[in-house]
Design a protein around this ligand. Structure first.
Ligand code: SF4
Ligand code: SF4
Length: 314
């Protein structure tokens, strides 16, 4: 499963968890391994999108050491049921020149599904070939504009023509190589800055995407990103159990693991993969106590959760 709160299915699942009692048996236990592991290869980015709280990022910018990534992959290779591996975090994954090597290693370690979210500004033909050959399974592209004006007003710092050209070239190259992966998901977030031109977005991409490869579009809505933005009014009380600690592990590029990818400043740390294993963190006392607290709807002590609009609130 690809875990992204901007996807409708995840939002639906989060809203289903409104009745803690009903879900008690599920919340009481957790799977032996996370179903999804999100590994931030870098927290650097070449854009300043209006809907992104990057201006409040306090963490040191950098790239994950390849040795640390290798250590995580080797451990995952022993998992009976391999998690889906996201190879991105709070940054632009294609800034990482080692990304194709990371994908290749993940696939060699038996990971069935690898996934990135990119702005496509650096998806040049050579990079496209590298990530296709490396075996990337799914690539979501954020493309929040329908023409130069709306794109530049939203995805500040990037170039509409370059990104559009890169995506078209990618689809052509994938076809030439007779590959169906990575499958493309074109994401649009309708908002004031881009004029919310949903129909124009659909007609821009409809003929370019390859249905045989499973390409599709994803129209989503803006979120507050753990209080980094304030697009949505949030109710005082959280009334759903956030299932992230039962399902996923998010790892920052410095190796610390946090409750989820919303915690982009790393304030809700659950462990450190520099000195612990995935298993030690996943089955350890910190996450166990968080699961107990979340199960009782007790989010006190979790400042990011207290501002989060991914969970249901009243
Ligand atoms: S490309 Fe992604 S990480 Fe970079 S500024 Fe835009 S939304 Fe934020
Ligand atoms: S910030 Fe907290 S409540 Fe929101 S998705 Fe993350 S873990 Fe769940």
């Amino acid at each position: 499963m690809i875990l992204n709160a901007r996807d409708k299915i995840i939002r639906r699942l989060l809203s289903l968890a409104r009745t803690p009692l009903l879900y008690y048996p599920y919340y009481r236990y957790h799977l032996p391994w996370p179903s999804v592991i999100l590994i931030e290869n870098t927290n650097c980015c070449n854009a300043q999108c209006v809907m992104c709280p990057r201006d409040t990022l306090t963490r040191k910018r950098g790239f994950m050491e390849f040795e640390l990534f290798e250590k995580i992959m080797k451990e995952l290779s022993g998992a009976s049921r391999k998690p889906v591996v996201h190879l991105h975090g709070f940054g632009e994954p294609l800034l990482d020149t080692l990304l194709p090597e990371r994908i290749k290693l993940a696939k060699t370690c038996g990971i069935k599904h690898t996934y990135i979210v990119t702005n496509a500004s650096l998806l040049f033909p050579e990079t496209s070939r590298k990530i296709i050959h490396a075996g990337l399974d799914t690539m979501k592209i954020s493309f929040c504009g329908t023409d130069e004006e709306s794109y530049h007003a939203t995805m500040r710092g990037l170039d509409f023509k370059v990104a559009l050209h890169n995506i078209k070239a990618f689809v052509r190259i994938r076809k030439e190589l007779k590959k169906r992966t990575p499958k493309l998901i074109l994401q649009y977030l309708p908002q004031e800055a881009n004029g919310a031109k949903t129909e124009e977005f659909q007609s821009l991409w409809r003929s370019l995407l390859d249905k045989n490869a499973g390409d599709c579009m994803n129209l989503s809505s803006l979120d507050n990103f753990g209080g980094g933005k304030s697009y949505n009014v949030v109710g005082e009380r959280i009334v759903s159990v956030c299932f992230y600690p039962w399902m996923a592990l998010s790892v920052l590029c410095d190796g610390r693991a946090v409750t989820c990818c919303v915690d982009y400043n790393g304030v809700q740390v659950v462990g450190d993969l520099n000195c612990q294993s995935v298993m030690e963190i996943w089955n350890g006392p910190v996450l166990s106590s968080i699961r107990r607290n979340f199960g009782k709807l007790d989010y006190s002590g979790f400042p990011t959760c207290l501002s989060c609009d991914w969970v249901c609130r009243r």
